[in-house]
Design a protein around this ligand. Structure first.
Ligand code: NDP
Ligand code: HSE
Length: 439
C-alpha cells in the first residue's frame, strides 16, 4: 500500500504534536484511511533545536518554501502561524495542486476567501478543523452534522489562554500576569499573546464559525472585540457574589426581522450565571453551544489548545484529505459549509443596537443619596436594576457600588452611563461588562 506523504511546516507546539500523533496512532490511522499516513518531511529553521517528537526517518528541511513546492509530498500541513510567510507557503502548495491542512485562524479569517477560491480552482481542499477550539471537532459538526439546520446562534468559550487566565484568577487567586506566563509555558498562547488577551484570536475563530454557520464570507473586521485585560480580581469576586462567572465569550447570533435582519458578531468578557453549562467550562477547556432550528441546542466541549489536543484536529483533517485523494473535487463538502456561489454577506449589527444586560461597578464617594441618584438615572432611561451591591469604604478607599441591569440596547445603556459618570460623587475607574443569561 502506498503511503500518503505528509509534510509538516512549523515544528512548534502543534507541529510536534502532529508528528507524535501520526507515529503513535499510525496503525489505527492506517486502518481508517486504508493506507499509512507518513510524515516524510518537516521544516526547521534550526536543525539543532531539541524537539519533543521522534524525527527518525523524516527529512528535515531548512527552507519551508521548498517543502511547499516538493513534488514527492501529497499534503502540506502549515503550522507556523501568522500571515506571512504562512500565506505564501499555502499559496505555493495550492499552486502545485497540493491539499493543505492548517490551524491558522488568523490567516483564514483575514485572507480565507481568496485562499479557498484558489483551492477550489486547483481542485484541492484546505482543512482547518484545528483553527477553531483546538481539539473540538466544531467545524465538522456545524458543516456536516448540523447541515440540515438553519443555525440561529453560536456562543462559546473559544480561547483557551483567556479561559485559563480567568479560571486561575478566580480559583487560585493568581495574578493576570502569572496566569498568562503559565499559559505560555503550557503552549496555549499565540506566539504574540496579545492576540489571545485582547480577544483577537477569539474574533478570528468567531469569523470562521459565523461564516460556516450563516453562509457569509469571512470578514474579520466585522467582529466587535474586547479582550480580558480589564477584567479585575474584584469584578471576578463581585460577579461570584451575584451568582455569575466571568468568561470571554464569542457570540454570533441572528438578530432582527425583515429589513432590520442581520447578525451580531461579538467577542467580550461576559458574566454568565454560574449554573449554566458554559460557566463550568474551566481552564484550557473550550465549549461551543450551537442552536439549530431543528435540532435545538447542541453543546461541544473539550480541550481548546495544547499540542496533543490540536494535533487531534489536524490529523482528523489529514485523514479526510487522504481519503479524498484522487476523488472528483466537485463532490467534496464545501469548506465553508455553503456552496461558494451561495455565500452571501449579511448586515452586521453595530454594538449600539445589540441588547444585553449590563454589569456596572462604580467607585463612589461615601455620601448619602448615591443609590437613589443612580437608580433614578437608570429608570429615566427605562433600565431597571436586577441586583445591586454596595461595599463600604475600606480605610481611605472609596465605596463601591455594583449592579446588574435589565436587558437593554447598548446605545441606550451608554447614554445612561454617560450621565452616571458625570455625577459628582462618581470617581474614576468604573467597570462595565455585558451579562448573558442563555435562557
Ligand atoms: P509555535 O510558536 O509553537 O510554533 C511555530 C513553529 O513555526 C515553530 O516551530 C517555528 O519554527 C516555525 N516558524 C515560525 N516562523 C517560521 C518561518 N518564517 N519559517 C519557517 N518556520 C517558521 O506555534 P504553535 O504550534 O502554538 O501554533 C502553530 C499554529 O497553530 C498557529 O497558527 C496557531 O494559531 C495554531 N494553533 C495553536 C494552538 C496551540 O494550542 N498552540 C491551538 C490551535 C491552533 P522553529 O521552531 O524552527 O523556530
Ligand atoms: N492561543 C489559542 C488559545 C490556541 O489559547 O485558544 C488555540 O487556538
Amino acid at each position: 500500500m502506498t503511503a500518503v506523504r505528509v509534510a509538516v511546516i512549523g515544528l512548534g507546539t502543534v507541529g510536534q504534536g502532529v508528528v507524535r500523533l501520526l507515529k503513535n496512532n499510525a496503525a489505527e490511522i492506517a486502518r481508517r484511511v486504508g493506507r499509512p499516513l507518513v510524515v516524510t518531511q518537516v521544516s526547521s529553521r534550526d536543525p539543532h533545536k531539541a524537539r519533543d517528537c521522534d524525527l527518525s526517518g523524516i527529512t528535515v528541511v531548512g527552507d519551508a518554501l521548498q517543502i511547499a513546492r516538493e513534488a514527492d509530498v501529497d499534503v502540506v500541513v502549515e503550522l507556523i502561524g501568522g500571515i506571512s510567510p504562512a500565506r505564501e507557503l499555502i499559496e505555493a502548495a495550492l499552486a502545485r495542486g497540493k491539499p493543505v491542512v492548517t490551524a491558522n485562524k488568523a490567516l483564514l479569517a483575514e485572507h480565507g476567501n481568496r485562499l479557498f477560491a484558489q483551492a477550489r480552482k486547483a481542485g484541492v481542499s484546505i482543512g482547518f478543523e484545528a483553527a477553531v477550539a483546538g481539539g473540538i471537532p466544531v467545524i465538522k459538526a456545524i458543516r456536516e452534522g448540523l447541515a440540515g439546520n438553519r443555525i440561529e446562534r453560536l456562543a462559546g468559550i473559544i480561547n483557551g489562554t483567556c479561559n485559563y487566565i480567568v479560571t486561575q484568577m478566580q480559583e487560585k487567586g493568581q495574578s493576570f500576569a502569572d496566569a498568562l506566563r503559565d499559559a505560555q509555558k503550557l503552549g496555549y498562547a499565540e506566539a504574540d499573546p496579545t492576540f489571545d488577551i485582547e480577544g483577537l484570536d477569539a474574533a478570528h475563530k468567531l469569523t470562521i464559525l459565523a461564516s460556516i454557520a450563516f453562509g457569509m464570507p469571512l470578514d474579520a473586521k466585522s467582529v466587535a472585540v474586547e479582550g480580558i485585560t480589564k477584567v479585575t480580581p474584584q469584578d471576578i469576586q463581585i460577579a461570584q457574589v451575584f451568582g455569575y462567572r466571568i468568561k470571554l465569550l464569542g457570540i454570533a447570533k441572528r438578530s432582527g426581522q425583515g429589513a432590520d435582519a442581520g447578525v451580531e458578531l461579538r467577542v467580550h468578557p461576559t458574566l454568565i450565571p454560574e449554573t449554566t453549562l458554559l460557566a463550568k467550562v474551566d481552564g484550557v477547556l473550550n465549549s461551543v453551544l450551537i442552536r439549530g432550528n431543528a435540532v435545538g441546542e447542541v453543546g461541544l466541549y473539550g480541550r481548546g489548545a495544547g499540542g496533543d489536543a490540536t494535533a487531534s484536529a489536524v490529523v482528523a483533517d489529514l485523514i479526510d484529505v487522504a481519503r479524498g485523494l484522487g476523488a472528483d473535487p466537485r463532490h467534496a463538502v464545501p469548506p465553508l459549509a455553503f456552496q461558494p456561489d451561495a455565500v452571501q454577506a449579511l448586515p452586521v449589527l453595530p454594538m449600539a443596537a445589540v441588547a444585553s444586560a449590563f454589569y456596572l461597578r462604580l467607585k463612589v464617594a461615601d455620601e448619602a443619596g448615591v443609590l437613589s441618584k443612580l437608580t433614578t438615572i437608570l429608570a429615566a432611561h427605562d433600565i431597571s436594576v436586577e441586583a445591586i451591591l454596595q461595599r463600604e469604604p475600606q480605610g481611605h478607599e472609596d465605596a463601591h457600588v455594583a449592579l446588574i441591569t435589565s436587558v437593554i440596547e447598548q446605545g441606550r445603556f451608554d447614554h445612561a452611563l454617560a450621565e452616571i459618570l458625570r455625577l459628582p460623587f462618581v470617581r474614576e475607574g468604573a467597570a462595565m461588562l455585558r451579562v448573558e443569561k442563555f435562557d
